[in-house]
Design a protein around this ligand. Sequence first.
Ligand SMILES: N[C@@H](CCC[C@H](N)C(=O)O)C(=O)O
Length: 283
Amino acid sequence: MKINFTKYHGLGNDFILIDNRHDSTPCLTPEQAMKICDRHFGIGADGVIFALPPQESSDYTMRIYNSDGSEPEMCGNGIRCLAQFLASLEGKKNSNHTYNIHTLGGIICPQLQGEENVKVNMGQPYLHPTEIPTTLASGQEKAINQPLSVQEQNWQVTCVSMGNPHCITFVDKVDEIPLEKIGPHFENHSAFPKRINTEFIEVVRPNYLKMRVWERGAGITLACGTGACASVVAGVLTGNSDRACTVELPGGCLDIEWSAEDNHVYMTGPATKVFEGVYLYPS
Ligand SMILES: N[C@@H](CCC[C@H](N)C(=O)O)C(=O)O
């Protein structure tokens, strides 16, 4: 089997993009996706993203598999890569075109901004796991800064869904967190039956957060777009951050704004094409 692909990354969070616009079923199974994500025996990536035909009133559908073959609802860095991928397939590069993309987390709208940048309307955040829209309204305090015991240590966490689930904890020195050791215990904690992405955040200034992430289904990654959005929401709810923030990740910075007007979160950052090729899937 031969698979044409294009490799993109958003701040080092890297994806294999596949043009699947002719068929509403992804051309790879989760097991095959896991194999081509392998960094030694495959192409190597944090996930595989398929551009599929539209559903409902969208332009296209995005499906994504994590590198372990699980299927998340949404991916922030991935949807910026998808927007640039579609723009290059359709000759729309260097325009301000906006796509309406159907995802398992709802309709998400990335707008092209020049050669590499994309601004994404990520929709409303939700309190996880209650699925109630997150606002600053009273009565939601119960979900903020909740105690969680992980590896016999007590953490204060705020859980926010951006379509996919995130557990955010504010720490003094993010570089000192033993991510590799502690990350899997958050991901597989009994409080999160569908597993979870975990963000550790150091507040450098109210408008500048430093983040490290352990992703569900992918482990340590260099960036997580939905995670950066969820972290700013958690930062506002806990009084740690402004609504407009730069979030610094190991792979670079994202600009995030949680709008007080429409309650939507906006994320701006780059999506970079790296190479394209043909993968020869062993039969
Ligand atoms: N890196 C992504 C998130 C990918 C999905 C995540 N691992 C999950 O399982 O929810 C991003 O940029 O948002």
